[in-house]
Design a protein around this ligand. Structure first.
Ligand SMILES: Cc1ncc(COP(=O)(O)O)c(C=O)c1O
Length: 376
């Protein structure tokens, strides 16, 4: 069976974790966590980056820092992972789902303005498959309506929009380092803070409501409980694992892109023959090959495709049952405007195996089976 995903492993992870053990510093904010923070801040030109225990908790920190509360509304796509929504529900704010664009599967920026009311406080965008949303338009809408923008860039680490790294464009950016992501620490994430006025509150929020971060920097002589907080910082063991991959970030990225391009070339003829649809990468976006998906005719053909691939030893999966049709989505939110593409397009999409180190042999086998399915 060809796996759908294999967690990235680049070679130095164990050695760095051993170093963390030898350092006698395995709790949070140790040397490897600091190295990771510095890596992101320098490479992405980010104002401040804090590792978290997951992409989900990075999103939770962002919604709390935005000051969202009961009675507020947040606009988001329905075609996304549950965490995008649960981080909003946590604050008591209401979910307002809007439609996606069929080409990128991202929130349709032209549908946002009509969904804004006097209760709207924020827009949560999701850079699906590591391909950027139309951020200039979205930032302009946010500025005109005085809304915060949170980027769910769980899948978008290393991708850019007009040369800017995803996560650094809105007010906050959130990354995931779950084992299914391009860079992993098992479970983990990071919060990107793009305005310095949030830095201190974020540190307190992440450290159980205390000013311990200030204490470690020698800015106060003892630390104390100062505000609401939780424990959002990961162990330095996990940060050590991640740091090994950040050092090889370009190599991992190029390897994934090579597989992505190989798939894309192989299926061009099928697209031209109108047999399937391939992902669209807008001109201003550089993506990170987080995912390779194809779109089939409809739900029936996709079901047949997934079964065919599994019967032939290839693990392929569908993605996202739209949140607005889920039990929790109906309870916590509403769809505003027409669901022209969200449901329809989600039923057509199938993801192919994609991971760092996917072998040429396996890749060719997957391609062969896809072509066979379409009688090519
Ligand atoms: C779009 C999106 N948002 C949020 C998350 C949550 O990240 P994590 O699994 O690290 O909590 C994921 C990944 O699973 C995701 O794909």
């Amino acid at each position: 069976m060809i796996d759908f995903n294999i967690a990235p492993y680049s070679g130095n992870e164990i050695e760095y974790m051993m170093q963390a053990v030898t350092n006698k510093k395995i709790c949070g904010d140790g040397p490897f966590t600091k190295k990771c923070h510095q890596w992101f801040e320098e490479r992405f030109g980010a104002q401040k980056v804090l590792l978290t225990t997951s992409g989900t908790t990075a999103l939770e920190m962002a919604t709390i820092l935005c000051g969202l509360k009961e009675g507020d509304e947040v606009i988001l796509p329905s075609y996304t992972f549950s965490s995008t929504a649960t981080s909003i529900v946590l604050t008591g704010a209401k979910l307002v789902f809007v439609d996606i664009r069929p080409d990128t599967m991202n929130i349709d920026e032209t549908k946002i303005e009509a969904a804004i009311t006097d209760k709207t406080r924020a827009i949560m965008v999701v850079h699906y498959a590591g391909v950027a949303c139309e951020m200039d338009t979205i930032m302009d809408i946010a500025r005109r309506h005085n809304l915060k923008v949170i980027e769910d860039a769980a899948q978008g680490v290393m991708s850019t929009y007009k040369g800017r790294y995803l996560g650094t464009i809105g007010d906050f950016g959130c990354y995931s380092f779950h084992e299914t992501k391009n860079y992993s620490m098992g479970e983990g994430g990071a919060l990107v803070i793009n305005h310095p006025e949030y830095n201190e509150r974020a540190e307190i929020l992440r450290e159980k409501g205390t000013n311990r971060a200030k204490f470690f920097r020698g800015q106060v002589d003892k630390y104390t409980w100062v505000d609401y907080g939780s424990s959002y910082l990961p162990s330095d063991l996990n940060a050590a694992y991640l740091y090994a991959q950040l050092e090889k970030a370009d190599e991992i990225n190029e390897n994934r892109l090579k597989s992505w391009n190989h798939y894309n070339e192989a299926f061009k003829n099928l697209q031209e023959a109108g047999k399937l649809e391939l992902p669209t990468i807008p001109e201003e976006c550089v993506h990170n090959a987080h995912m390779y998906y194809i779109k089939l005719k409809d739900l029936k053909q996709r079901t047949e495709f997934l079964s065919y691939m599994r019967e032939n030893g290839v693990y392929t999966v569908f993605h996202y049952i739209p949140l607005h049709s889920s039990t929790a989505g109906m309870r916590f939110g509403t769809f505003r405007g027409e669901d022209k593409y969200t449901t329809l397009e989600s039923e057509r999409l199938a993801r192919l195996p994609m991971y760092y180190g996917l072998s040429e042999k396996d890749l060719k086998y997957v391609i062969k089976k896809v072509l066979e399915f379409f009688d090519e």
